[in-house]
Write a protein that binds this ligand. Structure first.
Ligand code: ADP
Ligand code: ZN
Length: 735
């Protein structure tokens, strides 16, 4: 295996190029690196992690290279410290520059995603261990004897291990040290994870999977992207695991990015089964210490495979050979606060810089990725049938205009009959509604008052389990009032429309004997949600009522019926990706049905059974969907045939935001093929007391939209006071 020493040597060549003044990028929102002096005796190269003074304090930074402009030597400050860790790779530095240029985020802000706290850079503390000295204590006790029996092997035992093996209290061990029977030694800290074994338990792939893997293996050396496009339950995971194994065998590192890693154990367990050890993880549910250890392990080359959330993209790999994005279409890959990057696109950028491969895996690829596969830019690997005997679910629609539920109910009669039949067979049912809470709106029957968030342009959503009305934009909540806050009428408040809690209420009435569980992201901690998933897998529930949280990726063997209560929910928005997103979520949720031996069925309750999305769903014809959607996009000049950028201008007063947006529009540079829309109030026109006004820019496909927007903003009026301009290149959501 290649280890850190080799990676370090790769940078030797750069050593001499830097003089005694260097440019250091610091992790703050400034435009570029600052110059610092390298004190005598300190050696730094491009990528060295350093501590530098910045204003009154010290901050972490990374040596970016030679300074751009000459600054008088005596006006510069010294680098305070160079950390004893391998320099960040040139590839990672270039990725940071790239992401910054593309998203218009300050490079220092992007750098923050790649750097950990300064604690993470300190060498890890050695572990204290104990070893026999050969001396026998004068006073021997039973407990002492047990300890000495254990250390007879001559090995150094860490305290917890020794306590565990001998069953004594720690004070016995300390006593033995005092009398000279044990000596204390320092051991290097254990690795954060063991190395995964590519040959631990390879799956025997079926013919279709094997053909897919062969296609991947046949790709040219170096950079390349494969779209692993296979039906839900097609066995995509097993295929990309083999690609990971190839990567490990070749002495390279691999990273698998998952959209919602903190919420499931299953994937980690599958990895463990395949490779014999747990992968290193990377997500927000880890402690800073765990993260620091993984970060260091990746950097030193000790960690060979990481399974993580989108930010794992910025880990300091030196030998990256493969990036896998599972569920590549998932919106969670787009970061929408701070640096607005899309992990899928930036993974391709990083792979390109590293000469690595990318596998984008999905049953419902993004329209962009499908287009790239159609054009031959991506290797298109297809898995068209489910693994083993599993069949694709049978999908039907229920026309809500003619066959809808009775008044006061949300489950149509036909779906209800199916639910009974499925429960009778001892199989599981999933009722899907992508809306948290009890009801999306609360209305006073007496005066018509509708409860709204005081700080956002949005209705307060009733959460009946918790007895509150809550804003889903800012989290503001109030106790659900007894009487109308406007007219004072008692018991006049009525819920309008359903959320999953309301479906759960109906289910409790109509299917009282079914063991039911309600699941959405607000139903407890990540650990609690993971427990619910395990219980569902073990068949401890019959009826699952959930949001998109349940729709993705899970493999519930007993689940054979899926009821989508409002298949139209995503279609209503003025979002150019509405059809795509709806198709994806419906396919994913329907794909939970019948993944094992028993065949599955899905019902879509819809007011638009003729909509192309519903039609493609029912005919199980993804080709028709992509063909239609690509045509619509091409006609509209929308991605991937054109490009979009959104500018959200916000301020405490509407007039300030709107006025600024109007002047900004007037100052927009002319460019061929560029169209500007707005200003208009954003669909959610106020969040947290800030009014939001939107400008949209549409450009041809091969246009440098980031460069255009940067030029525009730099030339335009200064952003002052409480004004804020947020730039979103390639926006995924349009709220
Ligand atoms: P996808 O990711 O395409 O939805 P999975 O990889 O989860 O599909 O596979 C579906 C099921 O089939 C899983 O339970 C998986 O373990 C099983 N499976 C897939 N391929 C194989 C194989 N070659 N050998 C044994 N089991 C497999
Ligand atoms: Zn709010």
């Amino acid at each position: 295996m290649v280890c850190s020493g080799a990676a370090r040597n790769g940078f030797k060549g750069l050593m001499d190029e830097l003089g005694d003044i260097v440019a250091v990028m610091v992790g703050v929102a400034v435009d570029g690196p600052y110059s610092y002096r390298v004190p005598a005796g300190m050696q730094v190269v491009r990528g060295s992690v350093v501590m530098v003074p910045l204003g009154p304090r010290s901050t972490l930074g990374v040596v970016w290279g030679a300074p751009k402009d000459k600054v008088a030597h005596n006006r510069l400050k010294d680098i305070t410290r160079a950390y004893d860790v391998p320099p960040l790779s040139d590839e990672l530095l270039r990725l940071i520059d790239w992401v910054s240029r593309y998203t218009l985020a300050a490079p220092g802000m992007v750098l923050r995603a790649a750097l950990r706290s300064h604690e993470a850079l300190e060498p890890e503390k050695p572990v204290t261990a104990y070893r026999t000295t050969g001396t026998i204590p004068e006073r021997m006790t039973g407990a002492r004897e047990r300890v000495l029996d254990v250390v007879m092997d001559g090995m150094a035992w860490a305290k917890p291990a020794l306590v565990g093996a001998s069953g004594v209290s720690p004070s016995v061990i300390e006593g033995l040290v005092k009398v000279g029977a044990l000596e204390q030694v320092s051991l290097p800290p254990p690795p954060v994870v063991q190395a995964p074994d590519p040959d631990f338990r390879p799956m025997v792939l079926n013919a279709e999977q094997q053909a897919g893997l062969d296609q991947f293996r046949a790709m040219a050396e170096g950079f390349g992207v494969a779209l692993l496009d296979g039906v839900t339950g097609g066995g995509k995971t097993e295929v990309f695991f083999e690609a990971v194994a190839d990567t490990l065998r070749a002495g390279k590192q691999a990273v698998i990015l998952l959209p919602e890693i903190a919420l499931t154990h299953t994937f980690l367990e599958r990895f463990t089964k395949r490779f014999g050890v747990r992968p290193a993880e990377w997500h927000s549910d880890m402690t800073p210490v765990q993260r620091a250890r993984v970060w260091r392990g990746v950097m030193s080359g000790q960690v060979r495979a990481v399974v993580g959330a989108r930010s794992a993209l910025f880990l300091p790999f030196h030998e990256l050979g493969l990036l896998v994005l599972d569920e590549e279409h998932d919106g969670a890959f787009k970061q929408s606060d701070g640096v607005n990057y899309h992990a899928r696109d930036m993974a391709v950028v990083r792979a390109n810089l590293a000469g690595a491969k990318v596998i984008l895996s999905s049953a419902t690829p993004s329209v962009e990725s499908r287009n790239n596969a159609n054009l031959g830019k991506y290797t298109h690997i297809r898995l068209e049938s489910r693994f083993a005997d599993a069949q694709m679910p049978d999908i039907r629609s229920i026309d809500m205009r003619a066959e809808g539920p009775e008044k006061g109910q949300w489950i149509a009669p036909e779906l209800a009959r199916e639910i009974f039949a499925t429960l009778d067979r001892g199989e599981q049912v999933l009722l899907f509604l992508n809306r948290r809470g009890y009801a999306p709106m609360t209305l006073c029957r007496a005066c018509g008052h509708q409860y709204q968030c005081p700080d956002c342009a949005s209705w307060l959503v009733e959460h009946r389990f918790r007895g509150v009305l809550m804003c889903h934009h800012c989290g503001h909540e109030m106790k659900k009032p007894e009487s109308c806050g406007q007219c004072g009428a008692a018991e006049s408040l009525v819920p309008i429309g359903p959320g999953i809690e309301r479906i759960a209420e109906e289910a409790a009435e109509r299917f009282p004997d079914a063991r039911r569980v309600v699941l959405s992201s607000d139903m407890g901690s990540n650990a609690q949600i993971r427990d619910r998933f395990s219980e569902i897998e073990r068949g401890e529930y019959d009826l699952i009522i959930g949001t998109q949280l349940v729709a993705k990726g899970h493999h519930f063997e007993k689940l054979t019926l899926v009821g989508v209560l409002d298949a139209d929910l995503g279609l209503a928005h003025g979002d150019p990706r509405a059809a795509e997103k709806t198709y994806q979520i419906l396919t994913q949720v329907a794909g939970r049905a019948g993944r094992a031996a028993k065949s599955g069925r899905a019902y879509l309750q819809t007011y638009h059974p003729d909509h192309p999305v519903m039609q493609a769903m029912m005919r199980d014809d993804s080709e028709a969907f992509y063909a239609h959607e690509l045509e619509v996009r091409e006609q509209g000049g929308l991605p991937p045939f054109g490009r979009l950028a959104a500018l959200i201008i916000s301020a405490n007063e509407h007039e300030v935001a709107f006025g600024f947006a109007r002047r900004l529009l007037a100052a927009a540079p002319m460019a061929e093929g560029v169209k500007l829309f707005g200003p208009a109030d954003a669909p959610v026109s106020m969040v947290r007391g800030r009014h939001r006004v939107r400008l949209l820019v549409q450009s041809p496909k091969d246009f440098d939209l980031s460069g255009y927007v940067r030029f525009w903003l730099q030339a335009g009026e200064k952003v002052t006071g409480n004004l804020r301009v947020q730039v979103d290149i390639d926006p995924m959501s349009f709220y």
